[in-house]
Design a protein around this ligand. Structure first.
Ligand SMILES: Nc1ncnc2c1ncn2[C@@H]1O[C@H](COP(=O)(O)OP(=O)(O)OP(=O)(O)O)[C@@H](O)[C@H]1O
Length: 262
């Protein structure tokens, strides 16, 4: 073959921030996840949308290795969470649904403790804590006891803490549940700025449809199955709807009239 016609070398595809491939999970005989597959691109804000019982927390537990994946595979930047767990989990930051800060410690003390757990020395920890608190708009709360903070501020500290070891993928499980409208908006803005400024890949699980922006990637999980995935705008076009609430109803057939998903 003449040199000019030689095939170009294939560029290796960059791994997804998160790849969930064919994951099925049972609780006894109950199938909570059924052949679930989707990806989160690096630097993207991906919403895992599903009503209560859809399987969001189960998936969360499998990604964070609370449960072991038995069918299918989960990879973080190409590292399998079961077989290469330290490389995979090093790249992961997590904000759990339940509050996990020590209420009796100050904001800084909580963050120092977390930095030490990740092997970050005191000098570097101080620098990073100043950085994450500034990003979260919490610089003036550094010395405050967590007990004295509102629910919204506590969540912001948890997000700042999850970013302290500079993960490339951040998982948040229903992070705005129980917060008022202003606190919800602040938290969404905080995480969206981490995506824009730090190139973080985010998986944001929620049942709150109004948290979705047109440029977000969306995965619709319903009764353990992925029924739709793609950019929010593309989902609207495919379903012939003008808002995500109508799209969700069309995709899932769910009845939202009793206020399950505002
Ligand atoms: N430990 C468990 N044992 C048995 N069944 C469970 C367990 N945890 C969850 N399930 C069931 O698995 C299914 C998925 O639950 P999961 O908690 O993952 O959903 P979810 O989307 O996170 O909902 P929620 O927001 O209510 O937590 C549900 O039918 C639930 O009842």
């Amino acid at each position: 073959m003449p040199k000019s016609q030689a095939p170009l070398p294939q560029a290796a595809a960059a791994p997804a921030a998160l790849e969930v491939a064919g994951v099925t999970h049972f609780y006894g005989k109950r199938k909570a996840l059924d052949n679930v597959s989707f990806t989160v691109a690096p630097g993207s804000f991906t919403v895992l949308l599903g009503l209560n019982g859809a399987g969001k927390s189960t998936l969360f537990s499998l990604v964070t290795r609370l449960y072991v994946t038995r069918t299918g595979a989960i990879k973080i930047f190409g590292y399998d969470v079961v077989r290469q767990s330290s490389q995979a989990l090093r790249r992961l930051g997590v904000v759990f649904q339940a509050r996990t800060l020590d209420l009796e410690l100050t904001v800084t003390q909580n963050l120092i403790y977390h930095a030490a757990l990740h092997g970050i020395g005191p000098f570097e920890a101080k620098r990073r804590i100043a950085d994450v608190l500034a990003r979260a708009g919490l610089a003036d709360r550094a010395k405050e006891k967590v007990r004295n903070l509102s629910g919204g501020y506590i969540r912001r500290v948890e997000i700042a803490r999850a970013f302290l070891h500079h993960p490339e993928l951040l998982l948040l499980d229903e992070p705005t549940v129980g917060l008022d409208i202003k606190a919800r908006a602040d938290i969404i803005a905080q995480v969206r700025s981490l995506v824009a400024d730090a190139g973080l890949g985010v998986l944001w699980t929620t049942h709150l449809i109004d948290e979705i922006a047109p440029t977000d990637s969306v995965v619709v999980l319903h009764h353990g199955k992925v029924l739709e995935k793609g950019l929010a705008t593309d989902i609207l076009a495919r379903t012939g709807t003008s808002d995500m609430r109508a799209a969700f109803v069309k995709i899932t057939g769910a009845d939202l009239s009793h206020g399950d998903a505002p």
